[in-house]
Ligand binder design. Structure first.
Ligand code: 13P
Length: 347
């Protein structure tokens, strides 16, 4: 045995998917947060971005159901109102700080309508700085679009390869990689098509991870769920989404991966919670699953908080109560103990 049975990275990965906890994705780039702020009519200034992240991260008891939070470069360097750097502030809440390291999904050459995620150049240097700033893990999002004649094999392979190169660089730098291949919900495709593309994508991703020598024990998978396209006439119900998603994951994700933390991808907050709960209940019925199934939601955790806040300090307590509530609901769903009527007893 040349390697210890439990590395520091595998311990971090397991802590990120601790029972009843999930990840708060708060890594919106400056461009993406602008879209969210527009929805509540506030300007996208550095001060507003800082105020908003301060609100999220100082929510009392955040660490009860949130294991970790993904930050954007600017946020990792900012300080809260009390002068504490955000990574330190999160760590005090018992929340592991992490960092989005890709530089975005860019149009892919010779593949109309498709993107490939960039950010590998200089990545190991950036990772070394992020480690110094307190990050324990990283995230890279690949985007797969379903449409007439797409995804192409070129796109799936290029994105899988980039994810694997990123994951290897993270592990070598001392960061746990969150590997996020998102199959978009946009379009009128059926759930059957989403299932087929999701299975294909995950197969390519794990093939690439293994060939780049990524240690499966030291990573987290962040996939999309298998759902009907947003504009598809037949919208599959909660049970069908749960069954198809678990089936695809069982076929493609090795048991050595400690946890799978789903993105919400534009699902409503309550539906994202219901889906996660249904998968965990199904897993229990099947005698348990090889990995933890939890959440790494952005919009589905933050939307009610953002709506309550509206940019006003008078609404901070209400916004924090909304975040605490969604965190608790998803914490229950992560163990298959959520019930829709709990929503009525909102915080
Ligand atoms: P959503 O849950 O809003 O999809 O965000 C998660 C995320 O981190 C996307 O990269």
């Amino acid at each position: 045995m040349s390697e210890p049975a439990t590395s520091e990275l595998s311990a971090t990965a397991r802590a990120m998917v601790a029972p009843g906890k999930g990840i708060l994705a708060a890594d919106e780039s400056t461009g993406t947060i602008e879209k969210r702020f527009k929805g509540i009519g506030i300007d996208n200034t550095e001060a507003h971005r800082r105020d908003y992240r301060d609100l999220l991260f100082t929510t009392q008891g955040l660490g009860q159901h949130i294991s970790a939070s993904i930050l954007y470069d600017e946020t990792l360097r900012q300080k809260g109102h009390d002068g504490t750097a955000f990574p330190e502030l999160l760590a005090r809440q018992g929340v592991i700080p992490g960092i989005k390291v890709d530089t975005g999904a860019k149009p892919m050459a010779l593949c109309a309508g498709e993107t490939v995620t960039e950010g590998l150049d200089g990545l190991s240097k950036r990772c070394a700085e992020y480690v110094k700033l307190g990050a324990k893990f990283a995230k890279w999002r690949a985007v797969i679009t379903i449409g007439p004649g797409i995804p192409s094999q070129a796109c799936v392979i290029a994105n899988a390869h980039a994810l694997a190169r990123y994951a290897a660089i993270c592990q070598a730098s001392g960061l746990v990689p969150i590997v996020e291949p998102e199959v978009l919900m946009d379009g009128d495709h059926t759930i059957e098509r989403c299932e087929q593309v999701s299975e294909w994508t995950l197969r390519e991703v794990f093939g690439a991870l293994v060939s780049q020598r990524v240690k499966l024990e030291e990573m987290i998978l962040k996939p999309s769920m298998v759902v009907s396209g947003k504009d598809c006439k037949r919208q599959a119900g909660v049970q069908e989404v749960a069954e198809r998603t678990v089936k695809v994951l069982k076929r493609t994700v090795p048991a050595a991966v400690p946890g799978i933390a789903f993105l919400s991808g534009g699902q409503s907050d309550e539906l994202a919670t219901e889906h996660l709960d249904a998968m965990n209940r199904l897993g229990a019925k099947q005698g348990g699953l090889p990995w933890v199934l939890t959440f790494s939601y952005g919009r589905a955790l933050q939307a009610p908080a953002l709506k309550a806040w509206k940019g006003s300090s008078a609404n901070v307590a209400a916004a924090q109560a909304a975040l605490a509530h969604r965190s608790r609901m998803n914490g229950l769903a992560a163990t298959g103990k959520y019930q829709v009527d709990l929503e009525k007893k909102a915080a």
